[in-house]
Design a binder for this molecule. Structure first.
Ligand SMILES: CC(C)(COP(=O)(O)OP(=O)(O)OC[C@H]1O[C@@H](n2cnc3c(N)ncnc32)[C@H](O)[C@@H]1OP(=O)(O)O)[C@@H](O)C(=O)NCCC(=O)NCCS
Length: 304
């Protein structure tokens, strides 16, 4: 039945940039998330709940239990976090045909339409592929345009049949050129959107710009270079390893005199919500912050 992966695989935790440039952390739901998951379902509108479950289920512990602590082999699940609150859920359950799993999604009503389900589908498919799942099957209400569009546009090979008031969508999870290029396009749109607020400052320091390929901070910095930013751009990371051929600094303070005389724009990926908001937030010298929490790449206010 494929390769089994640890209950909490490292790859299952990821920070993604959404279509509007904001970010969200995806992670597997743990047993202690039961109450938060119940709150999530209780917060959904009647229509969203109906579309998710094709009816009006009793929202209690029994409903959420199968989604907690996924083993990935039989069941996989990711929650999307909005700060401490669960704002989205994507889950699969393997069917008797070992290569196929049924998949379903739900996103908090006020956060729908920002590309969260699309990103969750990408991640869940990659994780399912690790345990030998080759196909996702979804039962979708025929009038559920948003879900059908996500499946149609994601880039997977799909087939669709409608019978007895339900549309069955099948997605082949094997990577294809189309899939890779759609994911690249979405990455590009998302990272570009995340950069829009950056383009007025004289200087930009990207804190947490890692030399590693495809890290969010590193990609942010590379996009600043690609975007022909006219000011000075400085990568800052703990190792001081250069990024895209540009010398990096271990802290903003190390950048030195020229930068401190300039105005630095404050933008964060939201991780400041985890207690990293710099205490000098209201002062003139701020920083562009991108923190790769997977590597604990945080920068404390004292190191600025
Ligand atoms: C269906 C549902 C999960 C979709 O979640 P979502 O996060 O709003 O979906 P996305 O934002 O990823 O996609 C929605 C739309 O954006 C589009 N989209 C997403 N990412 C995109 C991107 N990077 N570029 C362009 N379009 C994109 C999708 O094609 C879709 O098209 P639309 O805007 O014309 O509707 C959500 O509406 C929901 O929770 N509904 C209630 C529960 C439900 O229906 N579950 C399905 C059971 S299988």
């Amino acid at each position: 039945m494929g390769i089994s992966v640890p209950a909490f695989p490292v790859q299952a935790v990821s920070d993604v940039v959404l279509r509007d440039g904001s970010t969200m952390r995806f992670r597997p739901p743990r047993l202690k998330d039961a109450a938060a998951l119940l709150d999530f379902f209780r917060g959904l509108s009647d229509r969203s709940l109906y579309l998710r479950f094709h009816g009006h289920p009793t929202v209690d512990e029994r409903l959420v239990a199968p989604m907690l602590e996924p083993d990935w082999t039989e069941r996989g699940a990711l929650v999307g976090m909005d700060g401490e609150r669960i704002a989205a859920l994507a889950s699969y359950a393997r069917l008797r045909n070992a290569g196929v799993a049924e998949v379903a999604f739900a996103v908090a009503d006020e956060l729908q339409g920002r590309g969260i389900a699309m990103r969750m589908l990408e991640r869940l498919a990659a994780l399912a592929g690790l345990v030998g799942i080759e196909e996702f099957l979804a039962e979708v209400m025929p009038d559920n345009g948003a879900m059908l569009r996500v499946f149609a546009e994601a880039g997977f090979q799909t087939s669709r049949t409608t019978e007895s008031g339900t549309t069955e969508v099948r997605l082949r999870l094997a990577s294809t050129e189309t899939l890779v290029s759609r994911i690249d396009e979405r990455d590009h749109v998302a990272v570009s959107a995340s950069l829009k607020p950056f383009f007025s400052p004289d200087s930009v320091a990207v804190i947490g710009a890692s030399p590693r390929a495809r890290s969010i901070g590193g990609e942010l910095f590379r996009n600043i270079l690609r975007g022909d930013f006219v000011g000075a751009a400085y990568p800052v990371n703990r190792s001081g390893g250069s990024v895209a051929g540009v010398r990096a600094y271990e802290s903003v303070a190390q950048i030195g005199e020229p930068v401190q005389q300039r105005r630095l724009q404050a933008v964060t990926r939201g991780e400041f919500g985890h207690g990293m908001l710099p205490c000098n937030w209201t002062q003139a010298v701020l920083a562009v912050g991108s923190f790769d929490t997977r590597r604990n790449d945080t920068v404390s206010p004292s190191s600025w």
